[in-house]
Ligand binder design. Structure first.
Ligand SMILES: Cc1cc2nc3c(=O)[nH]c(=O)nc-3n(C[C@H](O)[C@H](O)[C@H](O)COP(=O)(O)OP(=O)(O)OC[C@H]3O[C@@H](n4cnc5c(N)ncnc54)[C@H](O)[C@@H]3O)c2cc1C
Length: 499
């Protein structure tokens, strides 16, 4: 299945060189998503020499697979932060995000980025009476946080919605063009950006990072890889989930203007986008833990059915899936790694990272430049909050432990390579050894160890995206074993073919 996102389908790659040879800079940033590129902008402006190492193409990680909405509240609702941390913290979260939204708008204007940034209202509506109380709580939390929230019965959707929470002056943009065009604007001798430069080794003590073609020595290292790569304590506090997105063409012209979410859980998200005179309706939904999908479910079909039941759909143009990491205590983790002095990380954004990413970039850049940042303590990556995180921490880590036990005891899908259907992957037990086997459309097999190179869980086949996904911490691997995303650095081990 083609899983090109609407953002990839409506933009052109920028084209930066791959790293070759050795260079030395003040700061090396691993990852060229919205977090990495905004960090590069802030640091190079502050006079630091910077190198960005991007494994693939700038912006084409989760940033280029998001919905492109910019909002002050949180996808899981701000009132959960209030319930856990109090109204003062909820107010601070909203203020830090509102400030970052304004900063992003200023960046778009300053660099004249052609990413179609527009201020839009944000509507969140109940789909059942049981959700009305949630709406009231979210409204009160935002109102008390000084945000422009109101309750309304006028919701500009082409299907009946009785009432909604409305938040004014939120925004939308093309997230991939934002990152690509910003990267192009800031690239210089002092801010060097490299693509096709996957980091395969990090020496924190020597502060050297290596790719297949070269290495960078730096004073500071920033892991802007969405989930920090390698081993970090924070990986037990953030939990990987995948969601599914569609961009559709409608028969009429009822493309709604604004950000639209439902209060149901898991929620649906709706927005429109226009590129070169063609309009699209974007619908996102159907959440599950990475690597723990139900093989019988067609998640895309469920999102499509949701869209068709509410809009006059002509056809589906793009379909994609992407991953986010939910934090244990509702807040992301931003700052220094707990194990090293000069390495920074930023993770646990949930589906709020188009603002949390640039906010993380600002917090980290300020720390590196010796400046105070008033939001640093709020999101401190080294915080220890057992009372606030225990419930999620225990639930999610019990789930990880259960995956270990289940997968090491589970049986193979097939006993002979020939039983693997073309274009599919299966777990095979051959000579007593469990193997992850992919058979391509031409009938050729790739045989891999199914043991995730991060912490040893057993990967699961993802037939929609043709990948091997780890159900524990969200590492994903291509059919040839190379890492796609997640904390793993090394590829799945190749095994000899035997039948
Ligand atoms: C379906 C979905 C919809 C979303 N919608 C929204 C939204 O509307 N609004 C919002 O605020 N948030 C949204 N989010 C969340 C948001 O997209 C992310 O939080 C944000 O894009 C993360 O940005 P990032 O730069 O930290 O990570 P990424 O964009 O993933 O960038 C990380 C980069 O690191 C690179 N990398 C990884 N490993 C290595 C390595 N070893 N060497 C070199 N490079 C490496 C990757 O290739 C990647 O390009 C959504 C998320 C999902 C899943």
């Amino acid at each position: 299945m083609d899983t090109t996102s609407i953002w990839e389908g409506t933009s052109a790659e920028v084209g930066f060189p791959a790293l070759s040879g050795e260079i030395e800079v003040d700061v090396v940033i691993i990852g060229g998503g919205i977090t990495g590129i905004t960090a590069a902008m802030l640091l190079s402006r502050a006079g630091k020499s910077v190198a960005v190492l991007e494994a693939n193409h700038v912006g084409q990680g989760t940033t280029g697979y998001s919905t492109g909405n910019l909002y002050v509240t949180l996808a899981d609702q701000l009132y959960h932060v209030r319930d856990k941390w109090g109204q003062e913290t909820a107010t601070a979260v909203a203020a830090s995000r509102s400030e970052t939204l304004d900063y992003l708008e200023g960046t778009v204007v300053e660099f004249n980025l052609p990413c179609r940034f527009d201020r839009r209202p944000h509507y969140i509506f109940p789909t059942h009476d049981s959700q009305v109380e949630k709406m009231q709580r979210e409204y009160e939390t935002l109102r008390d946080a000084g945000q422009p929230a109101s309750l309304t019965r006028e919701v500009p959707l082409p299907f009946p919605v009785d009432q909604a929470l409305k938040i004014d002056r939120q925004a939308q943009f093309h997230p991939l063009i934002f990152v690509q065009s910003l990267a192009k604007s800031i690239a210089s001798d002092r801010c060097r950006i490299f693509e096709d430069s996957k980091v395969v080794e990090i020496d924190d003590d020597q502060r050297v990072v290596r790719t297949a073609g070269g290495q960078v020595r730096a004073e500071k290292i920033i892991l802007a890889t969405h989930m920090p790569i390698g081993f970090h304590l924070v990986q037990t506090e953030v939990f990987p989930y995948r969601e599914y997105g569609l961009a559709l063409r409608l028969k009429g012209d009822s493309y709604p203007e604004g950000i639209f979410w439902t209060f149901e859980q898991p929620s649906h998200s709706i927005r429109s986008y226009e590129a070169d005179g063609t309009k699209y309706l974007i619908v996102i939904g159907e959440l599950h833990k990475t690597g723990q999908h139900d093989d019988l479910e067609d998640y895309y079909a469920k999102v499509e059915a949701y869209a068709r039941s509410r809009f006059d759909v002509e056809r589906v143009e793009f379909r994609w899936s992407a991953q986010h990491y939910r934090p244990a205590d509702e807040l992301p983790y931003i700052g220094r790694s707990s194990t090293t002095k000069d390495t920074y990380l930023a993770t646990g954004f949930g589906t709020n990272g188009l603002i949390y990413g640039p906010l993380a970039a600002a917090i980290i850049a300020d720390d590196i430049c010796g400046r105070e940042n008033r939001w640093a303590d709020l999101y401190n990556s080294r915080r220890f909050t057992p009372a606030k995180s225990a419930k999620e921490f225990l639930k999610e880590n019990a789930n990880v432990a259960a995956q270990y036990a289940k997968d090491y005891l589970s049986r193979a899908d097939v006993e002979r390579l020939g039983e693997v259907p073309r274009g599919e992957g299966r777990m095979a037990e051959l000579d007593g050894e469990m193997l992850a086997v992919y058979r391509d459309e031409n009938g050729e097999w790739t045989v891999l160890s199914p043991v995730c190179t991060h912490l040893g869980c057993i990967v699961h086949w993802n037939g929609w995206e043709k990948s091997w996904d780890c159900p524990c911490h969200g590492s994903r691997f291509r059919t040839d074993g190379e890492v796609i995303e997640g904390p793993a650095i090394a590829a799945l081990a190749k095994k000899a073919i035997r039948d």
